[in-house]
Design a protein around this ligand. Structure first.
Ligand code: ATP
Ligand code: MG
Ligand code: MG
Ligand code: MG
Length: 577
């Protein structure tokens, strides 16, 4: 079917939207692909929906090709399964929670491990049923702290999420590899420039994990890669060997206090007040900037805990209480953290914190009197495995900031170079965390239960629309790769002459009959307006039917290269199929 610009639900904009920070956002709005409804919430207009559907289909084909089966869950989910895995609480502020009219708790699914595990448990019981891979292409909800760049980071977005269920670790490794290959194929088909990097497994738990990052200066992820080997990792996941670690001299003497065996916020507050820090603490409001060491009853190792750091919108007392389970506290010091624009690694000493304005402490631990800690200005960003003497020495001396270009690659081959990317896919070997939560077992050949092991795999389907525009544009507009373009050929009627319009209609009909998706600019607008819109909308081939028609030729323009070619009218269809 020919799409006519005269009736297409499309209005392009001359002005950039005021809130657009990155090119893809600017162009997708200007070219009429999406419209903003709320922070991180966008409507898909006809052009945008066509691109989204084409991407979905590429993803679907590559998933089906290795035997994954498509199903679909609701986005509106009951609390209980997420309660069972702890994620109702652990997911924190990013989870959209709501109540139904009877007061029952619900959530809008941010990811569906729980539901897939429960569903497989309900249907498959024998070892003969496994392995199985299930997937859905579905709307996800996350109350992102900073929705940004249009559809690149939405609060409602489309994800392909799949889950593998295997009887053993070898099976899981195979399912993981099948996903890795499928992702490589589908991102190649979409013509995306990307890298595969080692990733942290984060809140998901589990072991092996890799991210697919689309290369983009505007990306939020920083990755490093070796100049000489294939090593590449998200900076969050960079690990460095620690052969030369030296213990640190001169740790400050901490005051030791003990709290009751079952600490509560109240007991912690009482403990802090007893410690005589020169100010009075109350439960949530002033519990800020406090560092304590905690220790499980009977345990050797201390852990460091930073409480109520600036930037925490509120201290979630439930979560804090959970983290206070260790029954012993030792107060280090009250520190006044400043805002810090970059990652720092360093010794936990309060002076170091003060001098370097560390806001968030992640992965803190004390081993043999040496404090190992990472600090960052943002949550969810951290580096691990610091080397004493190399990354930091003594109190307050911080030598390295961020994983730097020029650092030796952790595999010993070459040095690291850094670049930025946008996460488009993520593959995880989850292991048995979810199977344990729901006792997901298969009955083995000897009638003994076998605990299932899972993988989880995501592709940011709607984000890919933004990523493709980010990687394929120029000053004039978007330049779609053929595989996802909303149309194959953009036919422009350039002239008022009736014979030109008739010639263009005839060509459009012939192209359509040959299976080519045509958009025909049959509006009464000037050729200048039509050309500008054609460049903006970004269909890869523009066919201009104008005065040349009288001499039997039309112009074929390649949107990407700008090359123009005069083609004989009767050769056009053959030229373009
Ligand atoms: P990010 O690091 O960008 O926040 P994530 O690691 O939280 O992503 P996953 O839980 O791994 O995301 O989800 C799988 C995929 O879903 C991601 O690789 C990404 O492509 C996509 N995705 C995640 N969050 C969003 C979002 N807010 N908007 C659009 N796509 C998203
Ligand atoms: Mg995220
Ligand atoms: Mg991520
Ligand atoms: Mg991820």
């Amino acid at each position: 079917m020919i799409t006519r610009m005269s009736s297409l639900f499309l209005r392009t904009l001359r002005e950039d939207p005021a809130d657009a920070e990155v090119p893809s956002h600017r162009l997708l709005v200007r070219a009429g692909y999406v419209r903003r409804v709320a922070p991180g919430g966008y409507s898909w207009l006809p052009l945008g929906l066509r691109v989204l559907r084409r991407i979905e289909n590429v993803v679907r084909e590559e998933m089906n090709a290795f035997g994954a089966q498509e199903i679909q869950f609701p986005a509106l989910l009951p609390r209980e399964p997420y309660e069972a895995t702890g994620r109702w609480t652990e997911y924190g502020d990013a989870l959209f929670r709501l109540k139904d009219r009877k007061g029952a708790d619900y959530l809008l699914g941010p990811t569906h491990e729980e539901l897939f595990a429960l569903t497989v448990k309900g249907e498959f019981t024998s070892y003969k049923d496994y392995p199985v891979v299930l997937y859905q292409i579905q709307t996800k909800y996350r109350d992102e702290a900073r929705p940004r760049a249009g559809i690149l980071r939405g609060r409602e977005f489309v994800m392909k999420d799949s889950y593998s269920f295997d009887l053993d670790d070898e099976g899981l490794a195979k399912s993981y590899e099948l996903h890795r290959q499928a992702y490589t194929k589908l991102f190649d088909r979409l013509g995306i420039e990307y890298v595969v990097v080692k990733a942290t497994s984060g809140a998901m738990g589990g072991s092996a994990s890799e991210e697919f990052l689309a290369v983009a200066e505007t990306g939020e992820d920083t990755y490093v890669r070796s100049t000489e080997s294939g090593y590449a990792a998200n900076v969050e996941a960079v690990t460095t060997p620690a052969p030369e670690a030296k213990p640190i001299e001169g740790l400050p003497e901490a005051k030791t206090h003990h709290t009751p065996n079952t600490p509560t916020i109240e007991s912690l507050v009482a403990f802090l007040n007893e410690a005589g820090l020169g100010r009075t603490f109350t439960a949530a409001d002033t519990l800020k900037n406090v560092l304590v060491k905690t220790r499980q009853p009977g345990a050797k190792e201390w852990e460091l805990l930073a409480i109520g750091l600036p930037g925490d919108r509120e201290v979630d007392t439930k979560r804090l209480e959970a983290s206070l389970e260790p029954a012993e506290f030792e107060l280090l010091e009250e520190a006044d953290f400043k805002k810090n624009p970059f990652l720092v690694k360093g010794y936990i000493g309060p002076k170091a914190l003060k001098d370097n304005g560390v806001r968030y402490l992640l992965d803190p631990r004390v081993v043999d009197g040496t404090a190992w800690v990472t600090g960052a200005d943002e949550r969810d960003h951290h580096v691990v495995d610091l080397v004493a003497g190399r990354d930091f020495t003594g109190d307050g001396v911080i030598e390295a900031a961020e994983v730097r270009e020029g650092d030796a690659s952790p595999d010993g081959k070459g040095t690291l170079v850094a670049a930025r990317g946008i996460e488009i896919g993520h593959i995880f070997q989850l292991g048995r965390k979810y199977a344990d939560a729901f006792s997901l077992d298969a009955l083995g050949p000897d009638s003994k239960p076998i605990r299932i092991t899972m993988g989880s795999y995501g592709v940011g389907v709607s984000r890919l629309v933004g990523v493709l525009a980010e990687q394929n544009h120029d000053d004039l507009g978007i330049i779609w790769p053929r595989e996802v373009s909303p149309f194959d050929v953009h036919v422009v009627i350039a002239g008022k002459d009736e014979t030109i319009a008739a010639g263009a209609e005839k060509l459009a009909a012939e192209l359509d009959a040959a299976g080519i998706e045509v958009v025909l600019d049959d509006r009464k607008a000037s050729p200048g307006v039509k050309f500008a819109d054609a460049e903006l909308v970004g269909v890869p081939t523009i066919l201009v039917v104008g005065r040349g028609l009288a001499n039997g030729v039309v112009e074929v323009k390649d949107r990407r290269t700008g090359d123009r070619e005069e083609i004989a009218v009767d050769a056009v269809v053959e030229h373009l199929v």
